[in-house]
Write a protein that binds this ligand. Structure first.
Ligand code: ATP
Ligand code: MG
Length: 269
């Protein structure tokens, strides 16, 4: 299978149970070769980011969503390791503050979208607003449907004004999450990440899965597609995300700007 096979076809009905969490279908058995490919991808992504910045025309928005421990942070770290830190901004979205809750749910998100020449990564996003309140019962079915429509409209506006959007759902199995939570609990250097609240969310695993099925079905669009990325295997996950970002940036057909007239041959005094 190819990285692009992870794309959710707009209008299709998603059941995550049908999607791979293991990366076997995507990466070969040769781990060294896969690691070498990831290194090559890092170099390519760095080149493309520099071109994006130099040309200053396009914007790239990367949205990461996942169940706990699926590796949002680690994906950012590994995929963007080679990229100039000046060219990437990460926005983390946690539990909304009282101040944020006094506004519409997109209000806190909009200031963080990328400017021309920039890459912005949303580590969680406006999609939390069709997950947490839906599972907790704070919003009903009708409000959730309205939000899908609003989100699609918002993303269409971003796309029509020059933003390329790629959304990744990092897909781990319940067994793999158990292993990772146990590792957090038992490894002194990881223990700080362990939050008892994570267990409460794990107990609602089926409800979150249903909420993800619904949102992936409703909000994968031509201008802002979702990809369901197998995330039990970290290397496969990183390779798939990098390949898709490279493909998205290469599709922009970017060019370095022409130098200002008379630059060639200008004597440097
Ligand atoms: P890790 O995976 O390393 O634990 P994290 O992404 O869970 O990192 P945290 O700061 O631990 O980061 O958690 C953020 C929390 O904020 C999550 O539980 C998430 O569901 C919650 N959250 C984010 N946005 C919203 C929202 N709009 N409404 C309610 N809860 C939200
Ligand atoms: Mg957490």
């Amino acid at each position: 299978m190819k990285p692009r096979d992870t794309r959710v076809k707009p209008g299709s009905r998603v059941s995550l149970a049908d999607w791979h969490t293991d990366g076997d279908a995507f990466v070969g058995k040769d781990k060294a070769a896969s690691m070498a490919r990831l290194d090559d991808d890092r170099v390519r992504l760095e080149e493309l980011q520099e071109l994006l910045y130099a040309e200053g025309k396009h914007r790239l928005l990367v949205v990461l969503q996942a169940m706990d421990t699926a590796g949002k942070d680690s994906t950012i770290r590994h995929v963007f390791r080679g990229v100039d830190p000046l060219g990437v901004r990460v926005a983390n979205f946690g539990v909304p503050s009282t101040h944020e809750l006094r506004h519409d749910y997109l209000w806190r998100v909009h200031p963080h979208v990328p400017a021309s020449g920039e890459i912005a990564i949303f580590n969680r996003s406006h999609y939390e607003d069709v997950l947490v309140p839906r599972v907790n019962g704070a919003i009903g079915h009708a409000e959730c449907e309205r939000r899908y429509r609003q989100i699609n409209d918002f993303e269409r506006m971003l796309s029509e004004t020059g933003t390329t959007i790629r959304k990744f759902y990092l897909h781990i199995s319940k067994d793999e999450q158990k292993k990772r939570l146990e590792a957090r609990r038992d490894t002194p250097k990881k223990r700080w990440k362990f939050q008892p609240g994570d267990l409460a969310v794990r107990a609602q695993w089926d409800d979150y899965r249903a909420a993800y099925d619904a949102l992936l079905s409703a909000t994968s669009t031509r201008h802002a597609p979702w990809h369901v990325v197998p995330a039990d295997d970290k290397l496969a996950r990183n390779l798939i995300v990098s390949a898709l970002l490279i493909e998205a940036l290469e599709g922009l057909d970017m060019r370095y700007p022409e130098p200002v007239a008379g630059v060639a041959g200008t004597p440097i005094i």
